[in-house]
Design a protein around this ligand. Structure first.
Ligand SMILES: NC(=O)c1ccc[n+]([C@@H]2O[C@H](COP(=O)([O-])OP(=O)(O)OC[C@H]3O[C@@H](n4cnc5c(N)ncnc54)[C@H](OP(=O)(O)O)[C@@H]3O)[C@@H](O)[C@H]2O)c1
Length: 246
């Protein structure tokens, strides 16, 4: 089961955090659907490995989503049909123990850089046909969870950003949606999921009784980038096995 190889043909799609995990799966699927993918991450070796698995259309930029130079590069693109605004991270600790450094890390990467990348993307999107932005949210953008208040704050902000951008940019025909995964096995979550008590807590909260895969998340992102979802904006597509439904 797969999308058509032509679904994103001739579309330029930028994916941040594309070197590993969910972002890498999104870049690979966009490539398989015919897009001209620009993959962004800081670790060049990850991007070289991604390039080896992709078509010749995929290019990469070694860069930091917190860097002004990246925003200028995005703004200077002649066209941009899609953005998967995915780079993000977590710092898990009880609220009373979160350091100022961790608070700044999460607010700067998960919120500020998501805003700045999306802001830069608007300029080339105004010159492009059927543009679409997908922000990477989380089920934690809808609920709370012990030790994750800081992360929940950042993903609730992404949900607010999604809705507000959708309303502000609708007159420009730019669609803006989010995808909210449950726990997915990636380099970010692998150490946590190796703890039996944590893994049990996760499965007890997922009515479907399955962890999501990076491909499940990529499928949702590609649908929202494509013209299969032309009337969908300001929405969240949850890939959470029902976590937030109970
Ligand atoms: N995994 C889950 O269970 C899960 C669940 C819900 C939501 N999410 C969200 O999904 C997104 C991706 O998560 P993941 O689990 O795939 O993470 P991951 O495995 O840690 O991969 C993150 C990717 O982002 C890149 N990145 C990190 N900081 C960056 C920066 N400042 N500039 C550019 N690239 C940067 C990393 O590469 P470099 O370090 O080389 O830059 C890496 O390629 C995040 O927004 C996360 O909050 C994940």
């Amino acid at each position: 089961m797969a999308f058509s190889h032509d679904l994103l043909k001739d579309k330029t799609i930028l994916v941040t955090g594309a070197g590993k995990g969910i972002g890498k799966a999104c870049a690979l699927l966009a490539d398989a659907c015919g897009a001209n993918v620009i993959a962004v991450a800081r670790t060049e070796s990850d991007l070289v490995a991604l390039k080896d698995e992709s078509s010749e259309r995929l290019s990469f930029w070694v860069g930091d989503v917190q860097d002004k130079a990246l925003y200028e590069k995005i703004r200077a693109l002649p066209f941009l049909h899609g953005l998967i605004n995915n780079a993000g991270t977590n710092r898990v600790a009880p609220m009373q123990e979160q350091s100022d450094e961790h608070i700044d890390d999460i607010l700067n990467l998960n919120i500020r850089s998501a805003y700045k990348v999306a802001q830069a993307a608007i300029t080339p999107m105004l010159k492009s046909q059927a543009p679409s932005i997908v922000h990477m949210s989380s089920q934690m953008g809808f609920v709370g969870s012990p030790g994750r208040t800081l992360y929940c704050l950042s993903k609730h902000a992404i949900e607010g950003l999604t809705k507000a951008m959708a309303v502000e940019l609708a007159p420009n025909n730019i669609r803006v949606n989010s995808v909210a995964p449950t726990f997915i096995k990636t380099p970010m979550t692998e150490p946590m999921l190796q703890e039996p008590a944590f893994a049990e807590m996760v499965m007890n909260n997922i009515p479907l009784q399955r962890l999501g895969s990076v491909e499940d998340v990529a499928n949702a992102c590609i649908f929202l980038l494509s013209e299969l979802s032309m009337t969908t904006t300001g929405s969240c597509l949850k890939v959470d096995g029902g976590w937030t439904a109970h």
